[in-house]
Design a protein around this ligand. Structure first.
Ligand code: RTP
Ligand code: MG
Length: 143
């Protein structure tokens, strides 16, 4: 299986619940390595750019308002099959449909405030990583 990188966000609701460490623990337990990480408070422009693909959807305004409501953690996760593995760890977009033991089942309150983001494909992962991290901010393991 290929070693991949994916992009992940601990969203403002989960940061407010003080579960950053518990979420990072899920990534590490599943064998994903955190190779870049920082806390940021997104501007409206940064959030709109990140979710540009959804700009015509009815929930776009609420999504941007939520994503700018408090700080987030952004991280790059590396490992075998990282894109799909992270989506499995997160669970379905709507926490009511998320499997037991997934991040969204455990930490999300609604489809609008759903705890985490994960890239949905290798191409979007590369774009999203570059949207938040310079190359020198990503630190592959040397041991
Ligand atoms: P994300 O991008 O945040 O990881 O979530 P996702 O791939 O599971 O879902 P996506 O379709 O990309 O939607 C992005 C975010 O928009 C909100 N959403 N609301 N009310 C709705 O029908 C609806 N659909 C999507 C969610 O907060 C979702 O995380
Ligand atoms: Mg998405």
């Amino acid at each position: 299986m290929a070693i991949e990188r994916t992009f992940s966000i601990v969203k403002p609701d989960a940061v407010a619940k003080n579960v950053i460490g518990q979420i990072y623990n899920r990534f590490e337990t599943a064998g994903l390595k955190i190779v870049a990480s920082k806390m940021v408070h997104l501007s409206k422009e940064k959030a709109e750019g990140f979710y540009a693909e959804h700009s015509e959807r009815p929930f776009f305004g609420a999504l941007v308002e939520f994503m700018t409501s408090g700080p987030v953690m952004v991280q790059v996760l590396e490992g075998e099959n990282a894109v799909l593995k992270n989506r499995e760890i997160m669970g379905a977009t709507n926490p009511a449909e998320a499997l037991a033991g997934t991040l969204r089942a455990d930490y999300a309150d609604s489809i609008d405030e759903n705890a985490c983001h994960g890239s949905d494909a290798l191409e979007s992962a590369a774009r999203e990583i570059a949207y938040f991290f310079a190359d020198e901010e990503i630190c592959p393991r040397t041991r």
